[in-house]
Design a protein around this ligand. Sequence first.
Ligand SMILES: NC(=O)NC(NC(N)=O)C(=O)[O-]
Ligand SMILES: [Zn+2]
Ligand SMILES: [Zn+2]
Length: 504
Amino acid sequence: MNSSLLLGVAIAIAIGCASILLPYFSDRNQGLNEGCSLLPHRHFWLYSKRVLTPGGIMPAAVEINGGHIVSIVHQNKTPKQTKGAHVIDYGNAVIMPGLVDVHVHLNEPGRVEWEGFVTGTKAAAAGGFTTLIDMPLNSAPTTTSKEAFDMKVDAAKGRLFVDVGFWGGLVPENALNNTAIDELLQAGALGLKSFMCPSGINDFGQTNASHIKEALRILAKYQRPLLVHAEIPQPLEDEKTEIDISERRMYSTYLRTRPPSWEEEAIKILIAVSKDTHFDGSKDRAHIHIVHLSDSSVSLDLIKEAKESGARISVETCPHYLAFSAEEISDGDTRFKCAPPIRDVLNRERLWKALKDGHIDMLSSDHSPSSPELKLLEAGDFLRAWGGISSLQFGLPVTWSYGQQHGLQLDQLSELWSQRPAKLAGQHKKGTIVTGNDADIVVWDPENEIQIGENYTIYHKHPITPYAGKHLFGSVITTFVRGNMVYENGSHASTACGVPILAV
Ligand SMILES: NC(=O)NC(NC(N)=O)C(=O)[O-]
Ligand SMILES: [Zn+2]
Ligand SMILES: [Zn+2]
């Protein structure tokens, strides 16, 4: 054997060894932190016959390395050529972008007895959510200053099983103080959230049009949205001063106290304000996002018209407005109490139509649990019980099960739960399965039947929910957050490696 041949053999052996060892070293190099993932790899492939990409649903292999999607190969068979990386074949299960919930009340710090970062994000992971954006109220302090924001982020560190961003709070105390708002946004708030009616939390007061206008001026500069709870109390017809407990137990009594005109009035003002948000000659306009729309009548028409005439407005609705109707809520069953209220069946059907026709931009849970005592379940007093529905973990099977009955396709569902909410929160590396994005993925079986509560672990702090006992379709198999397998078939990763998402 001559010397050049020997050299060739040596190089070939070296390359061979390198390719065997490469996955090991690349895992090491990409900072594999074992507790973060149920999978001991940072470089691997996911395969299934139904992968949801922006190009549609197709058989494909998704290559993940170092927490990112690095390639997507359309093919009908499990990949064999994998550069030595691990392959998981999910068969016929759906591989889809992880869900992004822009409206969650995690209530920490301060009200850990209601929910918390650990329980809330474990429930999220088990439900296929990979990113949550936390609301600035129900925690104590409310997230209305830089100091409170920093406290929130500190409280979240090391306690998140999925990634979590934070909205700051817009309240009368900071609305006219440009420095305070600037500081809150510079601290990393992804946008601001405000109430146009009492919020139920003493230090989170309601704002008016002047407060909102002033805040939009600053938000436009940062290109971050203002989210608004759009209800303004209106005088009620035949309002009584004394309502006895038997009437307070009736759902119809509660429904009458918050008519659609409350939503209409707020939305009219928001649209008027949004017309004039070219501030300081800037071409960038502020964005107003209406949270949890319930009224699908005049309020929705107003939003449609405003959008058609170019207003920078978006709107979300929530699973409970799509799954339930006022007619089916039993008197005394305050698990269903939320604001704005769940309305009649006709209203619900119009919401579905608007979703399918693209007039409602996205879905969110508005997961807003409290401690069980505050729901006043024994008294069943709708007027005094805490308003807020606990639902985070069930969003995917609920909207898929009822969505199917209304002709909603999987790709539409994914746009509503992932792509559009990610965009609202300014998370351009999340919400779609495309090369270069974060590997935030849910793998689930849309055909599998589940029953909430039966052989189905609820990870929320409290299991109380109006969905208890519901038969639904769709079970989450695996959830990946930035390539970490954070949940699979009833088990979570041992370490909470979700990160706080701060705007930059
Ligand atoms: N303080 C709350 O969490 N309120 C929430 N309550 C509901 N929706 O009933 C909300 O988002 O308005
Ligand atoms: Zn609200
Ligand atoms: Zn809310």
